[in-house]
Design a protein around this ligand. Structure first.
Ligand code: ASP
Ligand code: MG
Length: 417
């Protein structure tokens, strides 16, 4: 008998009809002879709606009270889903995070899970119940309710699967798997049968919104076998595991993009020790994440730095840089906004220099100049101007042999914001 964790996102349980559909799927999976633990998100846009509601009461509410409020969304889902299963003669029991033994560190709004005591869940499934656990929540050592950060139900599911030593963790969502790129941009994007943890982690971090990056980290660390599939169709989905098969000759698995990129350039920086350290320490102290960093060679005693930050952080980053102008002694600071970072990802590109060359060549042939580049063992990212980014992605998709003959299925509203 296998133990399976099934996670359903907000849009999969967004209406009573969808809730019933999910209940039937759960029972069908149980009747195949499996023990089932379910993790569920808040229905539809509930979490966003609760946030909006709180703002009408207090524009700056305490994080503790926000966690108390937001966790109610998942509590509605677990109880209704349990009733839905009861209504078709199944047997289910719902659990909040703390009832399911999920302990977190004492940080509100983005806590990490510190331990899980799965005893009550084991008891429930051993007695023939479907155990239904509220995603996205836990409790501190002191007994305060916490949340795991937006999209955190994926993390609940994977962490529970690890604690229960489940055979499989299925993430049910509103698309039928992980795609080679965004099917709304490239109609001939292909659904991937398999992808490795590392590749998935890159894609998730680069903004492919189907899986929460922290959930992928947990899955890799605890070797949880993950499947991403649709709650609306019977398609098999995408398997995420350590050694995903490389299709023959495929070195690039997927292409991701991030439109929330700004580049900040600091020009004419006098060549002295400690200048880079000063700039990036000041940014770090202001809580600003920096992504790509480039320093030019030193010419006539000065150099240029440029780096990227998230668009939302760019004004703050400029202020930080301006505040240390007298210490650094640079000539000017510029910010560019209409940019996109396009990344190709694939474990097969390690020690294959031709892969990056092909990317540069494809973009160059379109007459587009590349502003910044960064590479890792399994990724090459280029920052370019935003205006033709869809075309670039389509060209790259073709160049790396990722196009399918058929157009991708494009799902409904996403589970993700
Ligand atoms: N309901 C939470 C959110 O919307 C958690 C989740 O859906 O995973 O972020
Ligand atoms: Mg959600």
């Amino acid at each position: 008998m296998a133990l399976i964790v099934m996670k359903f996102g907000g849009s999969s349980v967004g209406t009573p009809e969808r809730m019933m559909n999910v209940a039937r799927r759960i029972i069908a999976r149980q009747q195949e002879g499996n023990q089932i633990v379910v993790v569920v998100s808040a229905m539809g846009d509930t979490t966003d709606d609760l946030i909006d509601l709180s703002k009408k009461i207090n524009s700056n509410p305490s994080a503790r009270e926000m966690d108390m409020l937001l966790t109610t969304g998942e509590q509605v889902s677990v109880s209704l889903l349990s009733m839905a299963i009861g209504s078709i003669n199944g047997q289910a029991k719902s659990f909040t995070g703390w009832q399911a033994g999920i302990k977190t560190e004492a940080v509100h709004s983005k806590a990490r899970i510190s331990s899980i005591d799965p005893q009550r869940i084991f008891n429930a499934v051993d007695n023939g119940n479907v155990a239904i656990v509220a995603g996205f929540q836990g409790v501190t050592e002191e007994g305060d309710i916490t949340t795991l950060g937006r999209g955190g139900s994926d993390t609940t599911a994977v962490a529970l699967a690890a604690a229960l030593k489940a055979d499989l963790c299925e993430i049910y969502t509103d698309v039928d798997g992980i795609y080679s790129t965004d099917p709304r941009i490239v109609r001939v994007a292909r659904k991937l049968n398999e992808i490795s943890y590392d590749e998935m982690l890159e894609l998730a971090n680069l903004g492919a919104a189907v899986l929460h990056p922290r959930a992928v980290e947990y899955a890799k660390h605890y070797h949880v076998k993950l499947v991403v599939r649709s709650s609306f169709t019977q398609q098999p989905g995408t398997l995420v595991e350590e050694d995903a098969d490389m299709e023959q000759g495929v070195v690039v698995r997927g292409i991701a993009y991030d439109k929330s990129v700004a580049r900040i350039s600091i020009l004419g920086v006098p060549d002295r020790a400690g200048q880079l350290a000063n700039v990036f320490t000041s940014l770090a102290n202001a809580g600003i994440d920096v992504d790509i960093i480039v320093q030019s060679g030193v010419l006539h005693g000065s150099a240029d730095f440029s780096f990227t930050v998230g668009l939302d952080d760019s004004d703050k980053a400029v202020e930080v840089v301006q505040s240390i102008q007298s210490q650094i002694g640079y000539r000017e600071c510029e910010v560019e906004k209409n940019l996109v970072k396009i990344s190709i990802v694939g474990a097969g590109m390690v020690s294959n220099p031709g892969v990056a060359a092909k990317m540069f060549d494809t973009i160059a042939k379109m007459g587009i100049s590349i502003k910044m580049v960064s590479t890792s063992e399994i990724k090459v990212s280029c920052v370019v101007e935003l205006d033709r980014f869809k075309e670039i992605i389509a060209e790259l998709h073709t160049a790396y042999g990722l196009d399918t003959a058929t157009e991708a299925f494009v799902g409904g509203p996403s589970d993700r914001r």
